[in-house]
Write a protein that binds this ligand. Structure first.
Ligand code: BJ8
Length: 430
């Protein structure tokens, strides 16, 4: 399988999208190599990972073509950078929601020609993808929806708007009643903006459909995450990570079906005692900032050091799917209200206070059978970095081994991280 795997190219399609084709042509071979080394080299992977491997192979071709076809059919295509943007409303309008956060080092240089260097790599990577014309997803969206979660993002949107129409939602920073009211108005405005693209107002039935579709997707991911919590784990952390990353660009109904098929296989593996690593393998919960595609750095380091990642408390992880929306609304107003309530449960560190997140990490630590917490913070993300202080205190008070790391996308600190992670795993082994 490993040698047969190839990330596909389609220069004709990329040309039509206005990309820098010559430069982008180097990307599929690089991704092919990385994917073979990091994912396909694993022994005893679940067979149903084949679908997700295929999604990676088609990341710059087949899936892009599907999105182009939908767009030609008048469906809105909206790019987002945060799990606060309510994708239910995009799906309700028949549209497609694509996560555009950047996880690659290759676009950072493009961004740094314009943006300051000392800001979050996720923001720089995404911005660089657009200005360098090296991301087909950025090229295909009708518009992007940013938010005011952190300073790096909210100020970058002002510049991004020069390259692609950029709307901004105001995310409150506290969770009082008045903040919830503000957020509800933002959700309503978002619905209007999406509907404006189609020219039709989405009604109660359509919104109910959007909520059902995305609830089903989140429920499938919950089922999958619960299955990997078995000890020994039937699936590796890096395979879980790639699935959670694909959740941000795949078609949601098909994705849900494929996640359930994988879950069926994992259930069988659990019954038969088939695992990705032996029972005594140290189990790590990773918490913190999201890991956008193709950021696999920390998972690869942890699992290469002989541990297994059993949970991601992250927006590309449980923060994305832990909460569903009540489907029993009587009318559109109630739907919007319930949608708003669900989104206000997201415990991003941009909020103050945000103690719910600390409690959530502890709950997930217990549910996953983890033996240590590695808190992952992208460089210059002040809110997660400072919140790590409280998380450390909560872990230490319970005798939970804890390590905080701050890193970016460059390979420069890999050796140092390997040494630290190996020492942490030794500590867990006692
Ligand atoms: S809800 S975590 S997706 S904001 S890591 S860009 S915060 S400096 S990504 Fe996030 Fe929404 Fe919160 Fe989730 Fe800024 Fe921090 Fe960078 Fe971040």
């Amino acid at each position: 399988m490993s040698d047969a795997f190839e990330v596909k190219s389609d220069p004709g399609l990329w040309e039509k999208l206005g990309m820098d084709v010559e430069r982008f042509s180097g990307m599929p071979p690089m991704l092919t190599n990385a994917y073979r080394n990091i994912f396909l080299s694993q022994k005893n992977r679940p067979e149903r990972m084949a679908y997700f491997d295929d999604m990676v192979a088609n990341i710059h071709t087949g899936r892009i073509q599907e999105i182009c076809d939908a767009k030609e059919g008048g469906k809105p295509v909206i790019g987002t950078f945060c799990v606060y943007v309510p994708e239910e409303l995009v799906v309700a309008a028949g549209g497609i929601c694509i996560g555009l956060c950047g996880g690659a080092q290759g676009s950072i240089g493009d961004a740094e020609k314009i943006l300051p260097r000392n800001i979050c790599p996720m923001v720089k990577s995404a911005f660089g993808f657009k200005v360098g014309k090296i991301c087909p997803y950025f090229q295909v969206v009708d518009l992007v929806y940013g938010e005011t979660t952190c300073d790096a993002k909210k100020k970058t949107w002002e510049l991004l708007d020069r390259y692609v129409p950029t709307h901004v939602m105001e995310i409150p920073q506290m969770k009082r009643e008045r903040d919830k009211r503000l957020w509800m108005e933002e959700v309503k405005d978002f619905k209007v903006a999406v509907d404006r693209i189609t020219g039709n107002e989405t009604d109660f039935e359509a919104v109910a459909g959007g909520i059902r579709t995305i609830n089903a997707k989140r429920a499938a991911l919950q089922r999958l995450n619960a299955l990997r919590h078995h000890n020994p784990s039937p699936i590796s952390g890096r395979d879980m990570l790639i699935i959670q990353q694909i959740a941000f660009y795949d078609e949601p109904v098909r994705f849900t079906e494929k996640v359930h098929e994988l879950c069926d296989e994992l259930e069988k593996r659990v019954q038969d005692g088939v695992a990705i690593a032996p029972k005594e393998t140290p189990r790590i919960l990773v918490s913190g900032t999201p890991m956008a595609l193709p950021n696999w750095k920390l998972h690869y380091i942890i699992e290469s050091a002989g541990a297994v990642v059993v949970n991601e408390e992250s927006c590309i992880g449980t923060r994305y799917y832990k909460d569903l929306i009540d489907e029993g609304s009587a009318d559109l107003d109630q739907q919007v209200e319930r949608l708003t309530e669900r989104y206000m449960k997201i415990d991003c560190s941009c909020f103050t206070p945000n103690d719910d997140r600390i409690d959530q990490v502890i709950r997930e630590f217990e549910a996953s059978g983890a033996e240590g917490v590695i808190d992952y913070c992208l460089q210059f993300c002040h809110t997660y970095n400072i919140e790590a202080v409280k998380l450390r205190e909560a872990c230490e008070a319970r005798g939970i081994p804890f390590m905080a790391i701050e890193t970016d996308y460059s390979p420069d600190d890999v050796g140092q991280l390997q040494t630290r992670v190996e020492a942490f795993i030794e500590q867990i082994k006692g």
